[in-house]
Design a protein around this ligand. Structure first.
Ligand SMILES: Nc1ncnc2c1ncn2[C@@H]1O[C@H](COP(=O)(O)OP(=O)(O)OP(=O)(O)O)[C@@H](O)[C@H]1O
Ligand SMILES: [Mg+2]
Length: 324
C-alpha cells in the first residue's frame, strides 16, 4: 500500500552579495528605497518539505505518491523526482502561477534579504485526495506536511472522513497558525512530527500538555538535532535514539524531512519503532552533511556500514533486508 505525501513543493534561489547591504542604505532616504545588488553567486535547490520527504522515501525504495501544487516551470524538477522514484502523477499543475519560490540574498556579513512567493502552492487547497487514492489504492499513510493552510486542513479532514491514517507534520506553519487550526491538524493523527522548538510551540498554542497530546495521537516523534530523537506513545515507555555519532553537518536544513522519510520507510517495512527511528536518524545525517535538501544519496554499502557503527550489526542487518 502506498504512502501519500502532501506538502510544499518549492525551489530555493540563493545568491551571495560580496559587500554589505547596509553600506548602500542612504540615511534620510529609507521611505524611498531603490537598491540593486550585484551578486556573484546563484545556487538553485529543489526543495519544499513534501518533495524532500518524498525524495528520501524514494531513495529507500518506497515509491511515494507526491501530492501538491506546482507551476508551468516544474518540468525539470518533475523529471528529477520521477528519475529518483517519486510518483508525481498526482501533482497538480497550476495554469496561472509559478512553483513556490524562496529567493534569498546573503551579504558578506550574513545579513539576509529574502522573499517567499507561495505561487501555485496557494492553490493546493483545491486538491482532493479521493481520486489519488482511487488510482493508487487505500494509503498506508498520508503525510500532511507544511503547505498552504487550506490544503493542510482539507487533507486532514479528508483523511478523517475516509479513515486514512495520517501523519501531522505542521513544522514551520506552527509559527503563524492559531490554536484552533493546530488542534484540528493534530487531533487523531497516527503520527505527529515536531522538532523540540515546535513541540513547545504546539503545546503553548493548543493549550494541550504532553499527556493530552499523547491521548490524541498514536505516536509523537520529536527531533532534537544533535541530541537525537524522542519517540513517545501514551501507554509505553518513551524511546530515545541518538543522532549518528560524528555527523558533520554542513547545512542542517532538510534534516527533519530526511528523518521523517527514514522513519516512515522503516515503519512501512514493519520494523520496530526504535529501528525505524534509527533509520530516520541515519538518513537525516546524510541530508545534513550536504548543501541542499535533495542532494544526498544513500549508497547501500557505506550507508549500512555507518549504520552498523552507530546502532549495531543486528540493527543494520534488519535494515539491509529492506534497503534497495
Ligand atoms: N548537528 C547535528 N548532528 C547530528 N544530527 C543532526 C544534527 N542536526 C540535525 N541532525 C539530524 O536531523 C534530524 C532533524 O534535525 P532537527 O531536530 O534540527 O529538525 P528540524 O529543526 O526540523 O530540521 P529542518 O531544518 O530540516 O526543519 C535530527 O533528529 C538528527 O537526526
Ligand atoms: Mg523542520
Amino acid at each position: 500500500m502506498p504512502v501519500v505525501v502532501t506538502g510544499s513543493i518549492a525551489t530555493d534561489h540563493l545568491m551571495t552579495f560580496p559587500g554589505r547591504f547596509t553600506e548602500q542604505f542612504v540615511e534620510g532616504q529609507m521611505e524611498n528605497v531603490s537598491l540593486s545588488f550585484l551578486v556573484d553567486d546563484l545556487i538553485q535547490h529543489r526543495g519544499g518539505a513534501g518533495a524532500n520527504m518524498a525524495y528520501g522515501m524514494a531513495l529507500l525504495g518506497l515509491a511515494p505518491v507526491l501530492v501538491g501544487s506546482v507551476g508551468n516551470d516544474f518540468a525539470d524538477y518533475d523529471a528529477w523526482l520521477t528519475r529518483h522514484g517519486v510518483d508525481t502523477r498526482d501533482v497538480r499543475w497550476s495554469e496561472l502561477k509559478h512553483t513556490a519560490r524562496f529567493v534569498c540574498t546573503t551579504d558578506a556579513v550574513n545579513n539576509q534579504i529574502a522573499s517567499f512567493y507561495s505561487g501555485a502552492m496557494s492553490e493546493a487547497g483545491q486538491i482532493e485526495l479521493a481520486p489519488v487514492c482511487d488510482r493508487v489504492g487505500a494509503p498506508d499513510l498520508v503525510v500532511i506536511g507544511p503547505n498552504d493552510p487550506t490544503a493542510m486542513a482539507r487533507h486532514t479532514q479528508e483523511c478523517r472522513d475516509r479513515g486514512y491514517p495520517f501523519a501531522a507534520d505542521p513544522s514551520q506553519q506552527l509559527a503563524w497558525a492559531d490554536g484552533d487550526l493546530i488542534r484540528d491538524l493534530v487531533d487523531g493523527a497516527d503520527l505527529l512530527f515536531t522538532n523540540e522548538y515546535e513541540s513547545a510551540l504546539l503545546m503553548q498554542k493548543t493549550g494541550w500538555d504532553a499527556a493530552e497530546i499523547l491521548g490524541r495521537v498514536s505516536t509523537w516523534v520529536t527531533t532534537r538535532a544533535a541530541q537525537g530523537v524522542l519517540v513517545r506513545q501514551r501507554d509505553a515507555d518513551p524511546i530515545e535514539v541518538i543522532a549518528v555519532p560524528e555527523t558533520k553537518p554542513v547545512e542542517p536544513t532538510g534534516g527533519g524531512d530526511a528523518l521523517r522519510a527514514g522513519f516512515i520507510a522503516g515503519r512501512t517495512w514493519g520494523l520496530s519503532l526504535e529501528r525505524a527511528t534509527q533509520l530516520g536518524s541515519a538518513v537525516a545525517t546524510e541530508a545534513v552533511e550536504v548543501v541542499g535538501t535533495q542532494e544526498y544519496e544513500l549508497r547501500r554499502e557505506p550507508f549500512l556500514e555507518r549504520f552498523a557503527d552507530a546502532f549495531g550489526a543486528d540493527a543494520a542487518a534488519e535494515v539491509a533486508a529492506h534497503l534497495p
